[in-house]
Ligand binder design. Structure first.
Ligand SMILES: [Zn+2]
Length: 318
């Protein structure tokens, strides 16, 4: 079951995909006063709140505290009707939800949106906006990142255009259809009895460790990909036993993190330094202390990341 405070995974919205090809419905929905429209620029969502209204200087970091996605008024949304648009779906109350993608360098202060917020770094914003909004922002971020990289047809090389309310690209030259990309990643906790294996990169903050992870290849199951990556990165073989826990959309730019626990056949480690810098076995008690911020040397990612919940799910079984 998906943990409640896992980011990007718990928005109670209906994708209402049957509306994606209904242009008349989409136009009326976008223009209606019920519409909820958010705005992104270069992967950064427009957020507000958390400070007393003083304008932020360009580049100034977001203040600590509660923030929210800025929902545009109908007039504000209309003023941006040239921006690529994504129909995200409907709220539980039936209000249509859209996202717009402003051009790089879009000047908020020279628009109707002057003073309404700032384009926040996604990793900072996600810790501060309501959990239910993180999946909306992440979905829009991934789709717009895909459009940015796929302007040309992979079949014939000609320019493609956005169709189906942002969920497809079509090639007018060869009629090929292109669908948004999702990159599956196995993120795994290798365990041996009462111990688990965690690793780190030198570029991470001192003392931070996490689960190992790697992209699943074509023709592989998540369990096979996890076992292969574990051996490639840490030299550890599995018994073949793997347990799926839950997964997390990860919008950097469009991954899907698939959480697994793997039983290992031995505790011998042979780290491939081109993949990770260190891998260590820790006990269940150490894992619990690290999760709870009580370990003297080791800490792990916060609850918005799936690695935290994989470690917790295993550590709390003891
Ligand atoms: Zn084509």
């Amino acid at each position: 079951m998906t943990p409640e405070n896992l980011a990007f995974a718990n928005a109670p919205f209906d994708r209402a995909a049957h509306h994606r090809t209904d242009e008349a419905w989409l136009e009326a929905a976008f223009a209606s006063n019920k519409a909820k429209t958010c705005l992104l620029m270069a992967g950064r969502p427009l957020v507000a709140g958390g400070w007393a209204g003083a304008p932020l200087r360009p580049g100034e970091p977001l203040p600590k505290g509660k923030q929210h996605l800025v929902w545009l008024s109908a007039d504000e949304a209309r003023s941006l009707s040239d921006c690529p648009r994504l129909f995200l779906g409907k709220t539980a109350e039936g209000a249509p939800i859209f996202a717009l993608n402003a051009a790089d360098g879009f000047d908020l202060e020279d628009s109707l949106l002057a003073g309404r917020g700032v384009f926040g770094d996604m990793r900072a914003a996600v810790a501060n906006i309501p959990a239910s909004d993180t999946q909306l922002a992440a979905t829009a971020r991934s789709i717009f990142a895909w459009h940015r990289r796929h302007g040309f047809c992979a079949n014939c090389g000609r320019p493609t255009k956005i169709v189906d309310a942002g969920w497809k690209r079509a090639c007018p030259a060869c009629d090929a259809e292109h669908f948004p990309r999702v990159d599956p990643v196995a993120i795994m906790l290798a365990v041996s009895g009462d111990k688990c294996l965690i690793g780190r990169q030198d570029s991470w903050p001192s003392g931070m460790y996490s689960c190992l992870a790697g992209f699943i290849e074509p023709g592989e199951t998540p369990e096979q990909g996890a076992a292969r990556e574990l051996f490639e990165e840490a030299g550890v073989r599995t018994t073949g036993q793997a347990e799926y826990l839950f997964c997390q959309p990860w919008p950097y730019p469009f991954s899907l993190m698939i959480g697994l626990i793997l039983e290992t056949a031995s505790e011998d480690i042979a780290v491939d330094k081109t993949e990770i810098d260190e891998a260590i076995w820790i006990t269940r008690a150490e894992a619990l202390a690290a999760i709870n911020g009580e370990h003297p040397k080791i800490f792990v990612p916060p609850p918005l990341a799936i690695a935290h919940h994989i470690l917790r799910a295993w550590a709390e079984r003891g």
